[in-house]
Design a binder for this molecule. Structure first.
Ligand code: HMG
Ligand code: MG
Length: 307
């Protein structure tokens, strides 16, 4: 990857769909992921091996991953909260998984039913088993800039959890502003605290756009040296255990922001917009990307989006 390249981790098929009222079929989820690959995305979080009682939208992740199979140069990843999830991921040939902790105790309990320290202990054997199987593990830290239940979160707490996941063997730590309350200055302070514990090249930004700050926060993280960002096509997303949180920064916004500033994403924006139109029609939702809206209006690229 050149210095001007940014790696995008597309989380729409997981973070996006987990928060939608409408459950999509395996066929539609596979078509979504394949469309994203055709548009040039190379790391795609395709599902979650979590309890279907907790997140029914992610039921059938095993079938999605089986259908996708392996594709050279493309990583299909999935969330795993524990060993049970990892075993399910290994059974379908998953080559990369992600564990997810939080910087807030209250959110940890609501999301995965245990304390932060208990979650870290739960992840330790997951990392050991994944390493034995040659499977890469990414780590998330949620609520790094605020918690929907307990409010402010200190950057030192976020850095502590990021450090623990990195020390355990996660190759990359994604810092999640789960409820989108961050600002560029808060983002810069967060990155400054985290780089004391984790190399900058192993940090990723995961910004939700609840308050419209996601693109500004991406820019702040870029300026601090972060070169990996999570995003969702058409701004899908949210977390079922984070009331009021809306989608991730739209992948279309990221591609536009980065490419217009001379950075390479490897993504074809027009093709990506078509994928957004497809998934919005399947979900019967209004698209969440302003870049897509502007380009569709300007170029009449494809059929007008659903109202
Ligand atoms: P629990 O109830 O404490 O688990 O849930 P348990 O170990 O007591 O087991 C209870 C039942 O769950 C058992 O089934 C287990 O087999 C089953 P039963 O015997 O009652 O029939 N179970 C599982 N089933 C499927 N897959 C598994 C699994 N583990 C146990 N892996 C648990 C604990 C972690 C399972 C639950 O809390 C859970 O699934 N939580 C998922 C929450 C989630 O997916 N949240 C959204 C993702 S996080 C997010 O969006 C934030 C992020 O985007 C970053 C950001 O924005 O900040 C990543
Ligand atoms: Mg998220």
């Amino acid at each position: 990857m050149s210095v001007d390249a940014v790696r995008l981790v597309e989380v729409g098929p997981r973070d996006g769909l987990q928060n939608e009222a409408r459950n999509l079929s395996v066929d539609t989820r596979v078509a979504l992921v394949e469309g994203l690959v055709a548009a040039g995305l190379r790391t795609i979080e395709a599902g979650a091996f979590v309890s279907s009682r907790w997140v029914p939208q992610m039921a059938g992740t095993d079938q999605v991953l089986r259908r996708l199979g392996q594709r050279p140069g493309v990583a299909y990843t999935a969330l795993v909260p524990n060993l049970q999830g990892l075993e399910a991921a290994l059974a379908v040939g998953c080559r990369e998984v992600a564990v997810f902790a939080a910087a807030s105790e209250a959110f940890s309990h609501k999301n995965i039913n245990c304390s932060i320290d208990e979650s870290l202990e739960r992840f330790r054997p997951v990392l050991v088993k994944a390493r034995e199987a040659g499977v890469a593990v990414r780590g998330y830290v949620s609520c790094v800039l605020g918690c929907p239940f307990s409010g402010d979160v200190s950057v030192s707490q976020a850095a502590r959890v990021a450090s623990a996941l990195y020390e355990m063997g996660c190759y990359e730590i994604s810092l999640g502003d789960t409820i989108g309350v961050g600002t560029p200055r808060a983002t810069a302070r967060l990155i400054a605290a985290c780089v004391k514990e984790v190399p900058i090249g192993a940090l990723a930004g995961h910004f939700h756009d609840t308050y419209g700050m996601a693109v500004a926060n991406v820019q702040a993280a870029l300026e601090a040296g972060v070169r990996v960002f999570d995003s969702s096509v058409s701004g899908l997303g949210g977390c079922p255990y984070s009331p009021g949180a809306t989608g991730n920064v739209a992948t279309e916004e990221l591609v536009y922001l980065l490419e217009r500033q001379g950075m390479d994403t490897g993504v074809d924006l027009e093709q990506l917009i078509e994928v957004g139109v497809f998934i919005d029609s399947q979900l019967q939702r209004t698209g969440g990307s302003r870049v897509a809206k502007a380009m569709l209006a300007r170029h009449a690229l494809i059929r007008p989006r659903m109202a």
